[in-house]
Design a protein around this ligand. Structure first.
Ligand code: PMP
Length: 406
């Protein structure tokens, strides 16, 4: 993409014009959450001011319009991820809730001694729900390690499968290392051993095209707020054959067929898993975020972000004292790093004082930090609206911070 195109995109994000510490802000915390374009914000305002009514409950016009908008967005998501039916698209509060849903509901079939395969690079959202299940049922967690570049040890992954394996759950892209995992091959292998898989796509969905039919995964989960959409919305894709068998996750309104004090029947998919009033405004506005991505084009987004990654990482490697964590051959636009023995928070504060917004800490991946033998990292992560000029501003700020820390 040329600068004029990126400038046009940037105009959709007024927040990018902010100043921090008296300087033009450089926002490089996109892995935590991306900024939201005007088209999404305007749609949220329009929905609140012209369409708000609870969904699936009323015969009145407004309720039917709002229901239509919510369900149109579900169809948009279905198409976007290439699911075969809207029954396979469940709205949740986010990736975290989607994984909790699968661990609690699909996991209810597991018994003591059954094994679930995870990887050492997982976000806590793909560890703790399985540990809660472990506490309830006595399942065993097996963990795949990484090599020095931060790539999964695929031989070890294969070797962990045995007759007790009931599930494999792994991220598509690491939120710390940026590693893009070979999830299609990993799924294929799991299926050859009769094991279903869940893919945590929280970091992949903003940067890669997602095709659940091609991946053939059993579950795929992601969050709207990381892909230019509203906060508080997530998606659980699940194969219909599993979702039909699974018990509800939560009980309440919207998810029922008939309720008596003696017996309750449940609604059909996808509503069986959507208890209570959903964030129907957010769900409807998510469709506008998908429009935004589709208008720019995922291939152009990915190639622009890759250019930013290569440009920045190469120059960071040349700064003395900077160590980068995660140098996988297949890597997303995320750079985790440390400078000498300095604490990530000190570095983060020095960058913030120069208007550069990066994330510091364990990034909700404490087991990975233990594996790397570090307390945390500083993480710079890019989105479509970042520019090479901003990469230079970040590099300059980093050089100043390194000089101060020395
Ligand atoms: N998995 C990964 C890989 C993530 O990066 C994140 C968000 N940092 C999550 C899960 C959790 O996402 P959310 O907080 O939106 O539920």
């Amino acid at each position: 993409m040329d600068l004029a195109e990126i400038e046009a995109i940037r105009r959709e994000f007024p927040i990018l014009g902010r100043e921090i510490a008296g300087r033009r802000m450089v926002y490089l915390d996109n892995s935590a959450t991306s900024q939201t374009p005007d088209c999404v914000v305007k749609e949220i305002t329009r929905l609140y001011t012209h369409e708000k009514a609870n969904v699936h409950r009323g015969v009145h016009t407004l309720s039917q319009e709002m229901t239509d908008l919510q369900e149109k967005s579900r169809e948009h998501v279905r198409k976007y991820i290439n699911a075969s039916s809207i029954e396979e698209v469940i709205f949740t509060r986010g990736t975290t809730e989607a994984i909790n849903l699968v661990a609690a509901s699909f996991g209810s079939r597991f018994k003591a001694g059954d094994e679930v395969i995870l990887t050492v690079m997982e976000h806590h959202a793909n560890i703790v729900p399985w540990q809660l299940l472990q506490n309830r049922t006595g399942i065993v967690l097996r963990v795949v390690d990484i090599n020095d570049r931060g790539e999964l040890d695929i031989d070890q992954y294969r070797s962990l499968f045995n007759e007790k394996t009931v599930m494999a759950s792994f991220c598509h892209v690491s939120n710390v290392l940026g590693t893009i995992n070979p999830v299609k091959e990993m799924t294929e292998y799991a299926h050859s051993r009769g094991v279903p898989v869940l893919i945590d796509g929280a970091q992949a969905s903003p940067h890669l095209s997602i095709d659940v039919a091609d991946l053939d995964c059993d579950f795929y989960v992601f969050s709207s707020h990381k892909m230019y959409g509203p906060t508080g919305i997530g998606v659980l894709y699940g194969k219909k054959k599993w979702l039909e068998e699974m018990p509800p996750y939560q009980g309440g309104g919207e998810m029922i067929g008939k309720v008596t004090f003696e017996h309750t029947t449940f609604a059909d998919l996808p509503f069986k898993f959507e208890a209570g009033t959903p964030d129907f405004i957010g769900i409807a506005a998510l469709s506008k975020a998908l429009d935004f991505i589709e208008d720019v084009g995922m291939e152009r987004i990915a190639s622009h972000e890759h250019e930013l990654l290569e440009y920045t990482q190469k120059r960071m490697e040349a700064i003395e004292g900077v160590k980068i964590y995660g140098t996988a051959k297949e890597k997303d636009a995320v750079i985790s790093f440390l400078v000498g023995n300095s604490h990530p928070y000190d570095l983060g504060l020095l960058l913030d004082k120069q208007g550069v917004e990066v994330r510091t800490g364990h990034h909700c991946a404490m087991p990975l930090m233990d594996r790397l033998g570090i307390p945390g990292t500083v993480r710079a992560s890019f989105a479509v609206y970042n520019t090479l000029e901003e990469a230079d501003m970040f590099l300059k700020a980093l050089q100043r911070a390194v000089a101060i820390l020395e």
